[in-house]
Design a protein around this ligand. Structure first.
Ligand code: ARG
Ligand code: ZN
Length: 846
């Protein structure tokens, strides 16, 4: 069935405390739960969620319930009102579960001999009978009995002995934040003293053998704790903070109170095994999960429709954190690249939905880029509208007013209205309306007055035909003809479908820099000349728009090249000026040198109403790289040499930026030197960033086989590095061979497909090879669909998530569209398909 936002009703009971006892055994774990309940009103039945549980016993206030007193179904346990007392009572259940056979990795499961849990969103109901909804918040006391040397749960440790441990969490929480970990684990320890002088012990728990790759994670926890105090005044609130790395995990990480659980790829790092991007993500995700302690745990969501209340806000917080730890301008550009690649893509297809959806079949299918990344953009717009101080004041009010509560987007908006005195009714559409607004702009200049006229338009999305205008904050600055800024950044607030803004007293017609810092998640369409874009690339004082000018030049020349045009000379020249510009940051220069992805080009072509041709796009992009390299070979070679860094690897942003520029130069130079430099770098690299970068470039040149074999031999025992081996060769190999290579790799004994990281490494590598995945004969589609069908009964959540590779169907020619449709129909017809994947295929089929 479908769940609707409008059906929300408060739970008819309050639950004050929960006492859980786990007696761990791989195939027969016993869980007893004592719930202290109290009816809010007379006459309600008590419904507890529960799935795949074997009920052993059931007692109310110590007396066993008779079968006539309750009803047990596939989805839960309902106790008849007549069997319930009028006042408070205790319900005790005992169930048996089998963590070892839990391949869905939801609830209590085992990963390499270690017990662990994943409860968000609705996994707790696979552990015990419980009101598994986020608006039911209770205090948890947990006792774990088991042979494992380390037994962890949420909150503070309150006792431990031979074969048991007890934990008490003083902060009421919903069940999705429950966690348990048990196994043979070792900790890297540290501590943090909060601003009010409270000391917390920090532990990064990993499997023995991995402890030499935990230092960076520990430091990232400490930096996160400090930053949240400085940026938001938020302190940590328990005696211990435990973080555990797990090899089998469906997503990135999870913010369970006091016991964050992470995919090991987002914890373990050493220079030899992790790339610069890995380091940056580890720091960002550790920040993300830690920041949830306030935005998610202390203040949680009333229901799952409100997911972006915690996720959008917490992504915004982790982006701000990374921005402060690294280079703010570069981080902003990276975030916008990712937003366009994932969220704009989602918004343009059959899966489009608002940051706050109003119905779903399977909530796991809504942990999307729209909820997360667009949710973060919406928070960022609030910050832009209120200014930094106004925003901080509103956040202070949010924490003060709603601590300990389960909230809605309405509560959040009201806080911002109360703090600012503004009416945010129109702004709220960003939460409720799907789709990316397109902003067109025209300009006039007359008697010293420069006028920008904007029009906003959002195309219909599934279930939402009408799109009323939204409040769009448009940050604008004006540059004079000589390159000086004549009007500094000003935030225009567009509220109408069509609206003009005038700037007076100008001596000459300026060049506008519109949507500075990407002040709103919209597509800006503006008729402009390559000369003007080159001017902005050289002169804009806003680093985002400086990059954006180069980006749109690149995109436009690439699109023209797909139909036979020559590379735009203005673009080639403009890039040349930047490669060796010592005044610009290396990381920024690297971003300018990196061309839009083939997927982004396809998206842009489709947005203009044309058919995207994957082979032509691949050829155009390759040709533009060749043209850039031919034009600037000497500068690229000199920059490549100048960026070499003798001495020990450090993950810091400045060093990472130079490596990034070095690899960007290398990618272009490869079209000139036949891969000689890449081969030399692969032989001599002492860090994974350069080793993997060089490997990828060799693969792209069709010269990767020997290097791939050596890489495999060296790293076959390191799962995280082998994931990179699978992904890199599939994402970067010549498109014609991608599907066959994927089929060959699926036969590799190292393709342990039940491990989500490995499955994603292979399938995600294939789908990242744009022209390879979209090979005209449909071989890529067929292979991919075969594996979704195979994974679904084992791990529906991951199968459903990977099905989004098919969301771009409408961009392509009729032949490809029909082939994708046929694969989706084949999946949809599978007997016993999961709710996860059947919802996705139904939406993808439209
Ligand atoms: N709350 C977690 C995070 O954002 C992610 C949980 C994802 N859960 C899911 N069922 N997809 O950090
Ligand atoms: Zn999150």
């Amino acid at each position: 069935g479908t769940t609707y936002l409008s059906d929300y009703r408060p739970y008819p009971f309050t639950l004050s405390t929960v006492s859980l006892t786990f007696r761990l055994a791989p195939r027969a774990t016993r869980v007893t739960a004592r719930l202290a309940l109290s009816p809010r009103a007379a006459g309600a039945a008590l419904h507890l969620d529960g799935e795949e549980l074997k009920l052993i016993s059931l007692a109310l206030d110590g007396a066993a319930l008779a079968p006539a007193d309750y009803r047990l179904t596939e989805t839960g346990l309902t106790i008849h009102p007549a069997a319930l007392p009028e006042g408070p009572f205790t319900l005790e259940t005992e169930v048996e579960i089998a963590p070892e056979t839990n391949t869905a990795l939801e609830g209590l499961y085992m990963s390499k001999g270690m017990y662990c849990t994943q409860c968000e969103a609705e996994g707790f109901r696979k552990i015990t009978f419980y009101p598994d909804r986020p608006d039911v918040m209770a205090r948890f006391h947990v006792r774990i009995e088991g042979e494992a040397p380390v037994l962890l749960s949420n909150g503070n440790p309150v006792g431990a002995g031979d074969g048991w441990a007890e934990w008490d969490d003083p902060w009421p929480k919903p069940a999705y934040l429950f966690a348990l970990v048990a196994g043979e684990l070792v900790a890297t320890q540290g501590s943090f003293t909060t601003m009010s002088g409270r000391k917390a012990d920090l532990n990064v728990w990993v499997r023995p053998g991995d402890e030499d790759r935990t230092d960076y994670a520990l430091g990232a926890i400490q930096r996160s704790m400090k930053w949240d105090e400085e940026a938001f005044g938020r302190e940590y609130d328990l005696d211990v903070f435990n973080l555990v790395a797990v090899d089998d995990f469906n997503m990135g990480a999870m913010e369970n109170k006091g016991l964050n659980i992470f995919n090991s790829k987002l914890v373990l790092a050493s220079p030899e095994t992790a790339t610069d991007l890995d380091y940056e993500r580890i720091e960002g995700v550790i920040g993300h999960e830690y920041f949830h302690n306030w935005t998610g745990d202390r203040i949680t969501c009333r229901d799952w429709f409100q997911l972006c209340l915690k996720e959008g806000l917490t992504v915004f917080r982790d982006q701000s954190f990374t921005s402060d730890m690294r280079l703010g301008a570069v981080k902003r550009i990276e975030d916008v690249i990712a937003l366009r690649a994932r969220q704009f893509r989602e918004d343009a297809g059959p899966l489009a939905h608002p940051p706050r959806p109003d119905h779903y079949r399977e909530i796991n299918n809504f942990y999307t880029s729209t909820v997360y990344e667009k949710g973060a953009e919406v928070v960022r717009m609030l910050q832009t509208l209120l200014g930094p101080d106004g925003f901080r004041a509103a956040m202070d009010l949010y924490f003060a007013r709603h601590d300990g509560q389960a909230c809605t987007i309405e509560d959040w908006i009201t806080v911002f209205e109360d703090a600012s005195g503004r009416d945010l009714g129109q702004f709220k559409r960003w939460y409720t309306d799907a789709g990316t607004p397109h902003l067109t702009v025209t300009e006039t200049f007359e008697n010293g007055t420069y006028t920008l006229e904007f029009t906003q338009d959002t195309k219909p999305t599934p279930g939402q035909a009408e799109k009323p205008p939204r409040l769009i904050p448009i940050a604008v600055g004006l540059i004079g003809p000589n390159g000086d800024e004549v009007v500094p950044t000003r935030v225009l607030e567009m509220t109408e479908a069509r609206q003009s803004f005038a700037f007076e007293g100008l001596g000459a017609k300026p060049v506008p820099s519109i949507l500075r810092g990407f002040s709103a998640p919209v597509v800006l369409e503006r008729q402009t000349s390559p000369a003007e874009q080159a001017f902005l690339l050289a002169n804009d004082t806003d680093p985002f728009n400086r990059w954006e000018a180069g980006r749109s030049l690149a995109r436009e020349t690439l699109i023209a090249m797909t139909t036979g045009a020559a590379p735009d000379a203005e673009y080639l020249d403009a890039v040349g000026g930047l490669i060796a510009d010592e005044a610009a940051d290396p990381a920024f220069r690297a971003l300018v040198l990196r061309l839009p992805s083939e997927d982004e080009i396809a998206q842009a072509i489709a947005a203009s109403g044309k058919v995207a041709d994957p082979d032509a796009i691949h050829a155009a992009r390759t040709a533009l790289m060749q043209a850039l390299a031919a034009r600037h070979e000497a500068t690229l070679a000199a920059t490549y040499e100048a960026c070499a860094q003798p001495g020990a690897y450090r993950p810091e942003a400045a060093d990472a930026g130079r490596r990034s520029l070095r690899l960007a130069c290398l990618a272009l130079l490869g079209t000139r030197d036949g891969g000689a430099r890449a081969a030399a770098l692969f032989d001599n690299a002492t860090n994974m960033t350069e080793s993997l970068g060089a490997l990828g470039l060799l693969v792209a040149q069709g010269k990767g086989e020997a290097a791939l074999a050596r890489f495999r031999a060296r790293w076959q025992d390191n799962a995280l590095v082998m994931d990179k081996w699978f992904t890199t060769q599939l994402a970067l190999c010549p498109p014609a061979e991608a599907a066959d290579r994927a089929a060959r790799l699926a036969e590799d004994p190292l393709f342990t497909w039940k491990n989500p990281n490995r499955f994603r490494a292979l399938m995600g590598g294939l789908s990242a090879n744009h022209a390879g995945f979209h090979r005209a004969d449909g071989a890529g589609y067929r292979f991919y669909a075969d594996w979704l069908i195979r994974l679904d009964p084992v791990n529906p959540q991951t199968a459903a998530r990977m099905s989004t590779a098919f969301e771009t169907r409408a961009r392509y020619d009729a032949g490809r569209q029909a082939k994708i449709r046929a694969e989706l129909e084949r999946i949809a017809a599978v007997e016993g398909l999961s709710r996860d994947l059947s919802e996705m295929t139904a939406r993808l089929l439209g």
